[in-house]
Design a protein. Structure first.
Length: 879
């Protein structure tokens, strides 16, 4: 560290990270929120270690009033308090530079700061959320600090590597419940207010600190080893917390065993917050959730809601070890937190609910990762972060989904047992400390004796992934890897690819690392079956690795036959389709052959696979609507004929005792048929909906098919007949279940009449829709209305920019821009954002526009497929 004594305040501006010459050890934090006035007062006493001579203390603060008179530094044992000569607040760097007249003595000292702030309504920092109690609107105070908003609540060293102990005290209205990371040790009531003292925490990062004040109910239970777990809800809703409570109890026990370290805190509180920016947040010992991600209502929640709750709870509880106990050293390693928690949440869900086949469902995570990572504007898993505004955007499909996918790849390469043992060693080694990606590889390399570093560097330090092209020639398998890009161009990346393959049967497998560009493999032993008629070969067995495969024509048609004759595992059936779709979009394969492949799934039995066939088909229809609208009718007929038999088999009503996956499938199928305009589905939906409108408890419209019915109903709405739309608004207004509200929001913009879509979009901006929920309506914009939504976004941009920030703001851009499919719209978007870019959305804007270009290119190539019309008509006819 340069001699900080000589530095000037200027020196600290424009830096990515805080200087390291002083580090916090313990915070004594007091906060007094005023719920009615939406303001708070606070004071913090930070015990520091001054490690190099300095006249400055530099720490984070944003949107806080700090009176210079309220700042002092007391060197340990000196008996005096030094007053600063200057306290400079630098808003653009979100720092406070405290300058003293003299050089501070090395060693310990206590910095005290008094401050004031507002409880904002942006869902970050210290904010207010609104709920209803006995018909009256009330404010609660909530914190959301990740990634870098603790500084909006109290001045602090707001970086994950500055871990410290927290002693928190709150002054709150006497009738409220005050929660924080640790249990309460004492409450002193003094008339209308009370002071609540919390136990001191173990050493932790600022982004995990949490404070909540409001009026709540809870349900409670204890894990088998005695940890107290509570689920807090709005008053009257605590029964909806029971399912999450059960999952949490089991998860805490599972992870204690898996990581071989007990849960580090004395209690775990989980709480549903009515206004919440993300899905959930893993604050140490006090996990916050959106209502939809925590609450489960036996009567009105769907199977999909149940699964979401289980997965989110497992994800956040995984962070208590992976993230909270062992914390990333810097945001470059965010993926360690998020990729890992995502992966291990599936591990937990699979243990508790084996019948959900979550590992097959996991493939949807990989697909989303693949999609983003096929853009030139993607980024490596380990990404440079040079400014705080860049952090929000990396909570994306690369950190979460590609991250989880490469962990899965490594686990399946190393074997489950070695992997778990090495992880446990890693957690033990870095507990109460920070780690980098490198540290995890070192532990896994030690535990396995495999070249983990070399293998994984190729996946985490460079962006993108390979497509492995396979040809069969003279009994030899020729492999070649190139970087896959959706634009169809070839990138320069190269990877160490853990290749697995099987031939004619899953008992004939081969496994090796492929790190060259091109190589021939003599697999004559394995491939004796290649003379047989039903010969097939599948790479990336069960889709455990993160690469795509492009088969030569012969091998591809063999695989299609293997699918038709049900020879492949569900994961492989999924993978073949997913790769074919991606290759088609990149112009490497014709749409007609993709359509032929889809037809091969006519006897599909697995939910995830069929759901993916549906998603793929609807995407194709969307592109066809732009590329060849005259063929859209026959394409829809083909798809309806394809889906109808499945729907007939499943029906609208659950069979008694039927499984979770059937429930999921029924909703997905009926929604798709409604979107495709299938009349019988729409009529039946309307019939059932009308009964439901009169009686919300009717068995005719169980939660699993409600979304389908709403979407179907919206197909009947137009500007001269808005009854259906208004009925849905009635349901929205009358329910107090967030999941029901989201179902309605998700269907309102699924209407063929653009006038109605506009009206629905405007509804987003009304006070009836919480800011957290706007994206659900946007996501529901039907395929014909993307340009309407884009126009709407442009017109309302200034308002949106003022009302939203963080990931929510990036969703507006991504959801609205990405589906556009002409160069003209691409130019328009470029032009529009040229003068409106800022660091917090720059990456998303770039990626979204790239997607438009890719769509446009795909549209052009579809237009060039001369025989497309004939093939579609033939396929439609065949069924
Ligand atoms: N740490 C995140 C929450 C978060 C997200 C904070 C973005 C700041 C910015 C949390 O652990 C998380 O990942 N939540 C997910 C849900 C999860 C099940 C994938 C989310 O919010 O979507
Ligand atoms: Zn997470």
């Amino acid at each position: 560290m340069a001699a900080a004594a000589e530095q000037s305040a200027e020196h600290f501006r424009g830096q990515a990270r805080l200087p390291g010459f002083a580090a916090p050890r313990r915070y004594d934090l007091r906060l007094a929120p005023d719920l009615a006035a939406c303001a708070f007062a606070g004071s913090v006493a930070v015990d520091l270690d001054v490690a190099a001579p300095t006249r400055f203390l530099v720490l984070n603060a944003a949107e806080l009033d700090v009176a210079p008179g309220g700042v002092g530094f007391a060197p340990r044992g000196s008996g005096q308090v030094l007053q600063p000569v200057e306290v400079t607040n630098v808003p653009e760097d979100e720092i406070l530079i405290i300058c003293f007249n003299e050089v501070l003595p090395l060693g310990e000292g206590t910095l005290t700061i008094a401050f004031q702030g507002t409880l904002n309504d942006k869902m970050h920092g210290f904010y207010r959320s609104v709920y209803e109690l006995n018909g009256e609107k009330k404010n609660m105070a909530v914190t959301q600090f990740e990634p870098a908003d603790a500084r909006r609540c109290f001045p602090c060293w707001d970086e994950p590597a500055f871990k410290a102990v927290f002693k928190i005290t709150l002054e709150v209205p006497s009738e409220t419940v005050a929660l924080s990371n640790m249990p309460v040790i004492e409450e002193k009531v003094n008339g209308p207010t009370k002071t609540v003292y919390f136990q001191e925490s173990p050493i932790m990062s600022t982004y995990l600190v949490a404070v909540i004040v409001g009026i709540f109910d809870y349900v409670e239970d204890f894990t088998t080893d005695g940890t107290r777990v509570r689920v807090y809800t709005q008053v009257g809703k605590s029964a909806q917390g029971k399912f999450a409570l059960e999952v949490a109890l089991k998860t805490l026990v599972l992870f204690k065993e898996y990581f071989a370290v007990p849960y580090p805190l004395p209690k775990m509180d989980m709480i549903a917050i009515p206004d919440f920016a993300s899905g959930a947040m893993e604050n140490y010992g006090l996990v916050t959730y959106r209502e939809t991600a925590l609450l489960f209502d036996e009567k009105h929640s769907a199977a999909a809601n149940k699964q979401r709750v289980a997965v989110v709870v497992a994800h956040e509880l995984a962070h208590q070890w992976f993230g909270n106990l062992v914390t990333m050293e810097w945001w470059t390693h965010l993926w360690l937190n998020e990729g890992f928690a995502t992966w291990v949440s599936y591990l937990a869900a699979d243990q508790f609910f084996p019948e959900w086949n979550v590992w097959t469902q996991f493939l949807e995570e990989s697909t989303t990762g693949f999609k983003l990572d096929a853009l030139a504007g993607s980024h490596p898993i380990e990404v440079d972060i040079n400014h705080v505004d860049e952090i929000d955007e990396i909570f994306d499909a690369i950190s979460y989904r590609k991250g989880a996918s490469v962990i899965r790849m490594l686990q399946s390469y190393l074997g489950a047992e070695v992997f778990q043992k090495s992880l446990a060693a890693y957690i033990k080694r870095f507990a109460y400390s920070n780690a980098k990606t490198e540290d995890l590889w070192a532990a896994l390399e030690e535990g396995s004796g495999e070249p983990v570093r070399t293998l994984m560097h190729s996946w985490t330090k460079q962006q993108g992934y390979p497509v492995v092209s396979v040809k069969l020639k003279d009994g030899k398998l020729q492999l070649e890897q190139t970087q896959f890009l959706s634009s169809g161009s070839t990138g320069v990346g190269q990877w160490v690819v853990p290749v697995t393959l099987c031939c004619c049967s899953y008992s004939r497998q081969e496994k090796f690392l492929f790190d060259g560009k091109q190589e021939d493999f003599d697999l004559s032993g394995l491939m004796e079956c290649q003379k047989k008629d039903n010969f097939w070969i599948k790479l990336n067995v069960n889709q455990t690795s993160f690469y795509r495969v492009s088969y030569d024509e012969e091998l591809a048609s063999r695989l299609r036959y293997a699918i038709e004759t049900n020879k492949l595992s569900a994961a492989d059936r999924y993978g073949v389709l997913d790769d074919a779709y991606a290759l088609c979009m990149a112009g490497k394969q014709k749409l007609v052959s993709l359509l032929h492949l889809i037809a091969a799934y006519k006897d599909e039995t697995e939910y995830t696979v069929l759901a993916h066939v549906i998603t793929t088909s609807l995407n194709i229809a969307e592109m066809m609507a732009v590329a060849a609208p005259e063929e859209l009718g026959s394409l829809k007929k083909f798809l309806i004929d394809f889906l109808e038999p499945f729907a007939q088999k499943l029906g609208w009503d659950a069979k008694s005792g039927e499984g979770h996956l059937n429930a999921l499938l029924r909703g997905t199928l009926l929604t798709a048929l409604a979107e495709l305009g299938h009349e019988a589905t729409i009529n039946e939906a309307v019939r059932r909906f009308n009964v439901f409108l009169e009686d919300r408890e009717t068995p005719l419209l169980p939660p699993d098919v409600r979304k389908a019915a709403y979407v179907a109903l919206m197909q009947t709405v137009n500007k001269s007949n808005k009854t259906g739309y208004e009925s849905l608004l009635k349901i929205y207004r009358e329910t107090d279940l967030s999941q029901e509200k989201v179902r309605v929001l998700g269907s309102l913009a699924s209407c063929p009449d653009p006038v109605i879509v506009r009206e629905a979009l405007d509804f987003i901006l009304s006070p009836e829709v919480r800011n957290q929920d706007a994206i659900f309506l946007l996501r529901g914009v039907c395929s014909g209305a993307h340009e309407v939504a884009w126009q709407w976004l442009k017109e309302n941009w200034d308002y949106i920019l003022g009302a939203y920030s963080g990931t929510l703001l990036t969703y507006f851009v991504n959801i609205t821009v990405s589906p556009l499919a002409t160069d003209e719209k691409g130019d328009e978007a470029e032009e529009f954002f040229k003068s409106r870019t800022k660091a917090s959305i720059a990456r998303t804007v770039k990626q979204s526009i790239e997607r438009v270009r890719i769509n446009a290119q795909w549209v052009k190539s579809i237009k060039g497929e001369a025989d497309l019309g004939n093939v579609i008509r033939a396929l439609a006819h065949k069924q």
